[in-house]
Every structure is written in structure tokens, then in C-alpha cells.
Design a protein. Sequence first.
Length: 163
Amino acid sequence: MDGPDAEEQITGLREHLGDDVLVGAGTVTTLERFSRSVACGAQFIVSPAFDAEIVDMARDADLPVVPGALTPTEVLAAWRGGATVVKLFPVGPLGPGYVRTLLEPLAEVTVMCNGLVTIADAPEFLRAGAAAVGMGATLFGDLEPTGVRKRTRDLLGALTATA
């Protein structure tokens, strides 16, 4: 929701893809961005940080909400605050070992790893206990379709090779 065409992109994806996929809104950092996300049809909310008010509003709207956190205190606060999943962000530079160590005492928390996660280390984050990985620039980069398809195939190959 930090781009100039966010609403149009969400609306367009929803129209083009129908009910085959869920289309969410990312970088939802303010109540105004949350309202815009809902108005254009976002089906889930993602934020780089935990904001209790945004989480409450998403839950009231019956939308899955994925706030960001990094430290054990932030992760537990987001989870107890009602997060559907906690987005560990930016976790890529810390590596899968951080996730494994973090989740040892917080096993009840469901996390998604995001922020400089690479195709090569995505399987390791999942083995470390993450329920999912998120990749923006890693997959979409310059938005050139051939490159996006290749990187997506590479990711799927890396994930299935280690399954």
C-alpha cells in the first residue's frame, strides 16, 4: 500500500484472478492504508510491524492479518495481540538458525519469514519451523515476466527438492 497504484493493482488482480488466489495488501502501516486496503478488496493484511489497532481492525473485518516482528518480545506481543501469522521481518540476514532458536521457546507461534529471504535459503527457513516464506523483490525484481517465471520455477524446484 506504499505504491502509487496499490488500490488499482489489488482491484485488477482480484478481477483478473477471481477466486483462484487470495490477494492481499502489504505495507499496511496506518489506519488510512488499512481502510484503503479493505475498500479495494484486499483479502488479507500484511505489515512490516505490529500495530495492535490495525490487527484489531483486521480481525473485526474477518481478514487474516500478518504483522511484522523480529525480537522474541515483539513476536509474542503480535501473536498474543491476535496475529493470524507473525511475519519475521527482516529475517533474511539473520538466517534460519535465528528462526530455529526463536521458535524453541515460542513453539505455539506461527511465523512467516520475510525480508531478504533468497530462493536458496527458503527451504532452510521452512525446515527451521517457518510455516511460509515471503519474497517480494527476490521473485518479482524488475517485474519482467520471463525473469519472474524463471525465479518462480527455481523456487519451486528448491522447495520440492528438499521436501
